[in-house]
Ligand binder design. Structure first.
Ligand code: S3P
Length: 179
């Protein structure tokens, strides 16, 4: 941050597939002078396979295990914006690791917006049909609500959503310091 005040070492962006975590992350990191880490990309690098191939060839459990391990490693990193995969915060152990010393921000998005954004190209193995996406969306929402801050990401271009996140972080920090 710009004025040397205490600020969480990590900000974790959570939310459903297609809410913009990977797009918004670097745009939040830049003005704060933080690094950026995309969990799905890191897992792909570590396992040497795409997310779709990991699910297909090793199964979801193997993906979740790597996700959990990565979350635990991230807990030691400083000045980092993290884009979590859409399911990470719904896994209790992964969520606990991601929350440790971090500020979690939920990029909340309407289901209709997500349905329009999620490509039907097989890259997201859990987004098999509109019906599955709807069910998963309802199932996941309670865990996203556990984030510290909520930012609406439905109706604005990425730069604006990123500005909203930075503003929410500054507001949150002010409220925290006033307590
Ligand atoms: C998943 C979301 C994906 C990816 C994997 C599983 C989920 O991440 O981690 O396909 O369980 O919702 P994005 O939210 O970045 O698409």
């Amino acid at each position: 941050m710009d004025d040397g005040e205490p600020f969480p070492p990590r900000v974790v962006l959570v939310g459903f597939m297609g809410c913009g975590k990977s797009t918004i992350g670097p745009r939040v990191a830049r003005p704060l002078d933080y690094g950026f880490l995309d969990m799905d990309e890191a897992i792909e690098e570590r396992m040497g396979l795409s997310v779709a191939a990991i699910f297909r060839e090793r199964g979801e459990a193997a993906f979740r295990e790597e996700e959990r391990r990565l979350a635990a490693e991230i807990a030691g990193r400083d000045r980092l914006i993290v884009a979590a995969g859409g399911g990470a915060f719904a896994q209790p152990a992964t969520r606990a690791a991601l929350q440790e010393g971090s500020l979690a921000v939920w990029l909340r998005c309407e289901l209709a917006t997500l349905l329009a954004r999620i490509p039907d190209d097989g890259t997201r193995p859990l987004a098999r049909s509109r019906e599955t996406i709807g069910l998963l969306f309802a199932e996941r929402e309670p865990s996203y609500r556990l984030a510290d801050v909520t930012v609406d990401a439905s109706d604005a271009p990425p730069d604006e959503v990123a500005q909203r996140v930075v503003a929410a972080l500054r507001g949150y920090r002010r409220r925290t310091m006033e307590r």
